[in-house]
Design a protein around this ligand. Structure first.
Ligand code: GLA
Length: 658
């Protein structure tokens, strides 16, 4: 505790022994009551009260004052973890303990800062429940989930940046004085940055040194700021304050989404492995946490057909897929009423009987007869101006009165902050799933939000809409996964524009990128692996020249990239000869045999891919060291490849492939 009850941050580093004296041994430098609040390492930073670094909380009381300074009220520790209403989170379970520290501001805002410790996984999650304990309404303008103060420490910041088809390329740079930030105001995290960052020292390597990793369990607008000031570094993570304001009547609360934190003193590799382990065992839907349970090897129709198909063509593709021993056929975009290009039909989730004469159930039956399960693509949040849904409910799409609605990819976005809109789409999806035993659903989201305005809410509540939108997405994914627990949900957003821990609570895999070129994928998947395990990375073997880049890469390189992700195929296999199809079978068999290791093993990044994607090596090893698969790709373009192995068993595993 600091002066006047300010809750000070004491320590976040290597695990301490029980009752460690370090917690009181003077690591907190500023316990002098006369010291400047600017210099205090705080657990929850306010604003307007002389802590002039970037705040965690900005608010406005009914009298127009905006000051907030939090002091200790009380603390409670208990076994387990409370559910966050309507929000994803690392799950409750064995060995989980929560500490709630209640802080209060003199104006009437109370903040329950909640820490949950996952001892086995070495993970701490944190959130804040903000409650108006005063007699008048107050408005939150910034309500962060995490603020963490470091004592001065010359840290470096690692972020994952990119664009469409080149998502999550790591960038590491020393912190400059002032604020560095990444974030999104697109309504989804977007392609440009990922809502996860790491801090480390200049000499931290893959295997040595300290690293602190932070991942936001949220799928909408976010802001991650890191400020370097004379008092040290401060990290603040939370919902982006842009167009966020949330008024709390007396007694009302707002729960900020969760942030997850990992510390490693064995370099970035160990930081990643701790995240991977925690995501696999505590975040994914329980049904998909068992890494020994088989996952279907799928073929996706997108790069094989795009919009140009009929049932005959699909069944030919399915037959070829069966010859390659593939398990599941995913019918991507183009299957619904009148959808032949991007100009129409989103929102009309009814089969186009010109392409599918017996509808989805008919196609499903035929696929099942061929020995394949069926999966389907949908884009539930989207609506085409040219659709029956839009003609019936034009007001369901985001639009600001007096402005021309904004089309991107010839579509609008449905206002999922409105429960009746979510209900309408749920009814359509439920009808499909009731009629057709689908085993897989790809949920896509192909544009960022714009003209965000909820026609049902008053002006002063428009600042809730971005967050309520995300809550609507979560609500629909909750309904889908609860009513159809066997359904394998894969999220996607124009490739990997919504790749975050929030989505992983509902779907055990996310499409990594629309770029399936091995050369690019080595970079994208390497960056992704800083926080997210391979078992969640949607990755498919595709054709050459690659549709996105035009590159020709070796089958081995393409296989290596796909096998370390969720492993599927996305190419026109009807063009393959019988021998070529048969040649794919050993890869599928190899994945089936070693899938548990590939999904559940520990990743060791051995050689980072060059920025141009030439060459990379990585190992996936069983926790007990009994087996490991080592992948090494030399020049993916010229066809060279090599597999190194620390033990003979690994050599045997991969040799079959090369
Ligand atoms: C997005 C997805 C692709 C594909 C298309 C269909 O771009 O990322 O995989 O599903 O939409 O329109």
């Amino acid at each position: 505790m600091g002066p006047e009850g300010v809750l000070l941050h004491t320590y976040y580093g290597p695990r301490l022994p029980d009752n460690a004296p370090a917690l009181a041994d003077g690591r907190v430098p500023h316990s002098d009551p006369g010291c400047w609040p600017d210099l205090l390492p705080q657990e929850l930073s306010g604003s307007g009260t002389a802590d002039n670094r970037t705040p965690a909380v900005v608010l406005e009381y009914a009298d127009g004052t905006e000051a907030a300074a939090f002091v200790f009220d009380r603390a409670e520790a208990h076994v387990g973890k409370p559910q966050l209403p309507g929000l994803p989170m690392f799950r409750d379970g064995n060995g989980v303990e929560t500490l709630s520290v209640f802080l209060k501001d003199a104006g009437g805002l109370s903040a329950e800062v909640r820490y949950t410790v996952y001892e086995t996984e070495d993970l701490i999650t944190r959130t804040v429940v903000y409650t108006n304990t005063g007699a008048e309404p107050l408005t939150l303008h910034k309500a962060a989930s995490l603020s963490l103060d470091f004592t001065p420490d010359a840290l470096e910041l690692i972020t994952l940046n990119g664009t469409w088809a080149a998502e999550r390329t790591p960038e590491r740079a020393p912190l400059r004085c002032g604020i560095q930030s990444i974030g999104s105001m697109r309504g989804i995290p977007g392609h440009a940055h990922n809502p996860a960052v790491a801090l480390c020292h200049a000499d931290t390597t893959e295997t040595t040194g300290e690293a602190w990793g932070f991942a936001f369990v949220y799928s909408g607008n976010y802001l991650i700021e890191v400020e370097r000031a004379d008092a040290g570094e401060r990290l603040v993570m939370g919902i982006h304050p842009y167009h966020f304001h949330w008024t709390l009547a007396p007694g009302e609360s707002f729960t900020a989404p969760e942030a997850a934190m990992v510390y490693s003193d064995q370099g970035l590799g160990e930081m990643s492995r701790r995240f991977h382990n925690a995501i696999r065992t505590r975040l994914l839907p329980p049904r998909w946490q068992d890494m020994t349970a088989p996952r279907p090897v799928l073929i996706n129709s997108w790069e094989a057909c795009y919009f140009d198909f009929d049932e005959k063509k699909l069944l030919e593709l399915a037959q070829a897929a069966k010859q390659a021993d593939i398990d599941l056929f995913v019918l991507d975009d183009g299957w619904f009423k009148g959808r032949n290009d991007t100009s129409s039909s989103l929102g009309d989730w009814v089969a186009d009987t010109r392409k599918l004469p017996d509808g989805l159930p008919g196609l499903c039956k035929k696929l099942n007869l061929l020995g394949l399960e069926m999966g389907l693509w949908v884009e539930p949040e989207a609506i085409s101006p040219n659709s029956d849904l839009y003609r019936a409910h034009p007001d369901w799409a985001f639009a600001i009165p007096g402005r021309t609605p904004l089309e991107i990819r010839q579509q609008y976005t449905l206002d999922f902050s409105r429960p009746e809109v979510v209900d309408g789409i749920w009814q359509q999806l439920d009808t499909i799933l009731e009629s057709c035993p689908l085993k897989y659903l790809k949920w896509d989201m192909n544009r960022s939000l714009a003209h965000v305005y909820n026609a049902k809410l008053p002006a002063k509540r428009q600042g809730e809409v971005y967050h309520r939108y995300v809550m609507g997405v979560y609500e629909l994914q909750r309904r889908l996964t609860e009513k159809y627990p066997g359904l394998l949900l894969e999220n996607c957003a124009g490739g990997g524009a919504r790749f975050d821990c929030g989505m992983l609570y509902y779907s055990p895999q996310i499409w990594c990128s629309d770029n399936t070129d091995a050369r690019s994928r080595l970079v994208i998947q390497y960056g992704t692996s800083l926080f997210y395990p391979g078992c969640v990375m949607g990755a498919h073997f595709s054709t050459v020249p690659n549709h996105c880049t035009g590159h020709i890469s070796t089958p081995e390189a393409r296989m290596a990239a796909a096998l370390t992700g969720t492993f599927g195929f996305e190419l026109d296999l009807t063009k393959y000869t019988e021998e070529e199809l048969a040649a794919l079978r050993p890869y599928v068999a190899w994945y089936r045999k070693h899938g548990a290791l590939l999904r559940g093993g520990e990743l060791h990044r051995l050689v980072d891919p060059e920025p141009n994607g030439l060459g990379a090596a990585w190992m996936i090893a069983a926790k007990d060291g009994s087996e490991a698969a080592v992948f090494a790709v030399g020049d993916a373009l010229s066809g060279a490849h090599g597999i190194a192995s620390p033990n003979s068993r690994t050599r045997t595993l991969w040799k079959a492939l090369v």
